[in-house]
Design a protein around this ligand. Structure first.
Ligand code: AMP
Ligand code: ZN
Ligand code: FE
Ligand code: FE
Length: 282
């Protein structure tokens, strides 16, 4: 029955629940170890660790950094980082600044389409420095311009939609190097989003490994069984670590639950030890 969940978001980025509430849900789902992986921010880790001590859940410091390889957005998860490292903190701050450059441009587009929204309202609702499109989606929901976060992305916020604006992103090699320099293990998040399969995926992940990638997120809420098997096979062939998580966000991904994803997710506890060893934490 026990499981782990190495991909969770909180109110410190675009999740809708604070770390302590996420931990409470994890305890109910029999999660024995988890990683908080907020986008571009690590301020949720102390609260999560305190709640973890209370619930008897091992809390692994984590982060999720979006990168762009010239073709698609690749999200890189980082585990067991020295999250208070000043150089790393500075890099995350730069990434958050790029969000504050992009977001007002998205708002401008929405306003040009006749929607009455301001970036001040988004920032207030977000209540964090890591402001993302899901926060804009929440404001659109609140104002009844859309029926769900998915609706907001489909109509306005997703790539190619009416109010889409790209953000300056680091390359995958940069994101990987930053995580490694902070003592963490870099892992490719949700490989299904790369839209690559077969030889294309193998070539992509091989390139990432050459720049220091340590693992692949094989188990993920929306991976199908064949996808999971394909990623597992690739991890074995390329000698990469296997990880997994739900990508829980709360409100903006209402079909995803902590620990179990859409119901069928079960990330084995045995994956933790090799990850910990790779970070030199044993
Ligand atoms: P940003 O980091 O601001 O570029 O926003 C990207 C984030 O939005 C992703 O990390 C997801 O958490 C979320 N997201 C992307 N597409 C969707 C979608 N269709 N529905 C809900 N959330 C999404
Ligand atoms: Zn997110
Ligand atoms: Fe992601
Ligand atoms: Fe995520």
């Amino acid at each position: 029955m026990s499981r782990i969940d190495l991909h969770l978001h909180t109110t410190h980025s675009d999740g809708s629940l604070p770390p302590a509430d996420v931990l409470a849900l994890a305890a109910k789902a029999h999660v024995t170890a988890l990683a908080i992986t907020d986008h571009d921010i690590v301020t949720g880790i102390p609260e999560a660790a305190a709640a973890g001590a209370e619930f008897g859940i091992d809390v692994i410091p984590g982060v999720e950094i979006s990168s762009f390889n010239g073709k698609s957005e690749l999200h890189i998860l980082g585990y067991y980082l020295n999250w208070q490292d000043p150089t790393f903190s500075g890099r995350l701050a730069t990434l958050r600044t790029s969000r504050h450059r992009r977001n007002p441009l998205v708002i401008e587009r929405l306003r040009a389409l006749g929607l009455d929204v301001t970036y001040e309202e988004v920032r207030q609702l977000a209540g964090t420095e890591s402001v993302g499109r899901p926060h804009i989606a929440q404001l659109l929901m609140k104002k009844n311009y859309v029926t769900s976060a998915k609706d907001a992305f489909d109509r306005y916020l997703a790539e190619g939609r009416l109010a889409y604006v790209a953000r300056e992103l680091p390359t995958p090699a940069e994101a990987i190097a930053w995580i490694k320099e902070a003592g963490g293990v870099p892992v490719l998040a949700h490989p299904m989003w790369t839209k690559e399969t077969g030889d294309g995926l193998r070539a992509l992940v091989t390139t990432l490994k050459e720049t220091g990638l340590g693992g692949i997120e094989v188990h993920y809420s929306t991976h199908t069984k064949p996808q999971t098997n394909q990623y597992l096979d690739l991890a074995k062939k390329l000698d990469l670590l296997v990880t997994g998580g739900s990508d829980f966000h709360g409100l903006t991904k209402p079909d995803i639950d902590v620990g179990i994803g859409r119901g069928g997710l079960k990330v084995p506890e045995k994956l933790l030890r090799p990850l910990k060893e790779a970070a030199g934490r044993t």
